[in-house]
Design a protein around this ligand. Structure first.
Ligand SMILES: CC(C)(COP(=O)(O)OP(=O)(O)OC[C@H]1O[C@@H](n2cnc3c(N)ncnc32)[C@H](O)[C@@H]1OP(=O)(O)O)[C@@H](O)C(=O)NCCC(=O)NCCS
Length: 146
């Protein structure tokens, strides 16, 4: 398994987009619009690659105040429950540190909050509805090297 940051519009970005659509959008009856895709141009595209196939994806963006926002985390179904999500989030935290960010924040579907809790993320607010489903804001403080 290889973890990497890939360019917007690269073949790996497109595979990650398809994975996110399959796991996060289509089950809710949504599709990624061109406008939404365009808005991803300035995000960091982190992927997990197995045998030339993207099997995990996460979008990252610096908020400008020392925090990195993580969203659209998805692991291919056949690879779920095997520790890959943990490895991908750990990779995202390395990217955050590399960019000088000491905090990762996210808004997770409530059903996935136990996953993030296990990885050291803490709830920072009340449950909110996004796209009709409950979400919880969470964050994790990172220790930056001296
Ligand atoms: C949620 C998701 C990213 C987790 O990735 P994963 O590779 O399946 O998770 P891991 O195998 O790395 O799990 C790490 C730990 O979290 C636990 N965990 C994972 N998902 C969980 C869940 N939904 N509820 C409770 N615990 C969970 C695992 O049991 C494991 O615990 P352990 O260390 O005690 O064994 C992945 O299942 C996924 O892509 N789901 C569909 C899309 C989605 O819901 N994304 C989140 C959008 S906010």
């Amino acid at each position: 398994m290889e973890f990497n940051v890939v360019n917007y519009d690269s073949p790996q970005y497109k595979q990650g987009l398809e994975l996110r659509e399959k796991l996060l959008q289509i089950p809710l009856g949504l599709r990624m619009s061109k406008k939404t895709r365009d808005s991803e141009r300035d995000e960091i595209h982190a992927v997990a690659i197995e045998k030339d196939h993207v099997v995990g994806v996460a979008l990252l963006k610096e908020n400008g105040n020392g925090t990195l926002r993580m969203r659209q985390v998805a692991i291919e179904r056949a690879f779920q429950g095997k520790g890959l999500g943990r490895e991908l989030v750990t990779f995202a935290e390395k990217v955050a540190k590399f960019n000088g960010c000491s905090c990762v924040e996210l808004l997770t579907r409530s059903t996935s909050s136990p996953f993030y809790r296990k990885l050291g993320y803490k709830e920072t607010g009340h449950e909110v509805k996004e796209m009709g489903i409950p979400h919880i804001p969470m964050q994790k403080e990172l220790i930056l090297p001296e």
